[in-house]
Design a protein around this ligand. Sequence first.
Ligand code: NAG
Length: 127
Amino acid sequence: MNKLLALAIFALLCVVINARPNNGAAHVVGGAQKLDVEEAEETLNFSLKQLAKGDNGPNYKVRKIHSASKQLVSGILYKINADIIDGDEEKAKNCDIKIWAQPWLENGYKVTFNCEKEDELVLAHSA
Ligand SMILES: *[C@@H]1O[C@H](CO)[C@@H](O)[C@H](O)[C@H]1NC(C)=O
């Protein structure tokens, strides 16, 4: 399937999901939902891979996902706590990572790292 079509379908799905009626407290539209480890790791893997491709991009790898949620906010906002390995230093650090995905935009993935003993790092990449 071509990439633009896939993105268009993704954008449409977001609209449809956002438009679903509220079926009670467990399904608050726009509320955060728990994200399983597999999906969190896939999401984070993808962002880290895209960032590593960029000039001066960090070369991070996922070691362990501790917790994750996602929320529909003009796209999808992922919040993930994970240990990541910094490829340059070969040591793991614990980070709160936010990935705000708007894949239909150029540089539509905004990735914010809040890692222990480090300043906040905000980066962006495309789909
Ligand atoms: C994430 O990437 C690692 C390699 O860095 C791989 O071993 C793992 O299976 C990937 N996880 C998912 C859920 O795709």
